[in-house]
Ligand binder design. Structure first.
Ligand code: CA2
Length: 149
């Protein structure tokens, strides 16, 4: 198994830190990338960190990451709720996948936000721990790998 953890971010997360800080906090996506990188490099792993607003690009990245990755962390953002092509692509990967949401999607005002279609195929989910969920997910993937080695 490889030593790279792919961290994928869905639509609008490029604007993290600029809007709705009461829900998503003040950290930017660059801050999140640095947190993931710190968690990974401390254990000898690499991070490949990406964000896209395009569903086809997310599908392409998952297909490319089908084999050889240590793990995937994905915040599908609004793809969470209806992006079946992303769901199908997630089923193709051969590594553990952690779904991350910055907010607690189960206690949001809009009920539809709690219904993730991705949860049925991922290894696990972190939701509501703010941006700290990302490095925690990275650490978990490394912990699993080191334990099974
Ligand atoms: O809590 C999360 O991480 C979400 O996945 C964020 C998504 C939202 O659609 C999910 O329900 C929960 C994206 C939120 C919209 O994008 C923003 C980006 C920056 C600042 C505010 C909103």
């Amino acid at each position: 198994m490889g030593k790279t953890i792919l961290v994928l971010n869905g639509p609008n997360l490029n604007l993290l830190g600029e809007r709705e800080p009461q829900i998503y906090g003040h950290d930017t996506l660059a801050d999140v990338e640095a947190m993931c990188r710190d968690a990974a490099t401390a254990a000898g792993y690499d991070i490949d960190f990406r964000q896209t607003n395009a569903e086809h690009e997310m599908v392409d990245w998952l297909q490319q990451g089908r084999k050889g990755l240590a793990g995937i962390v994905i915040n599908p953002a609004a793809f969470t709720y209806a992006a079946y092509p992303v769901l199908d692509a997630l089923k193709l990967v051969d590594c553990p996948v952690v779904e991350v949401h910055i907010s607690n999607i189960h206690r949001r005002e809009a009920e539809w936000r709690s219904r993730s279609i991705m949860t049925q195929v991922v290894t696990g989910i972190v939701s509501g721990l703010g941006v700290h969920g990302y490095p925690l997910a990275v650490q978990h993937l490394i912990w699993r790998l080191e334990r099974s080695a």
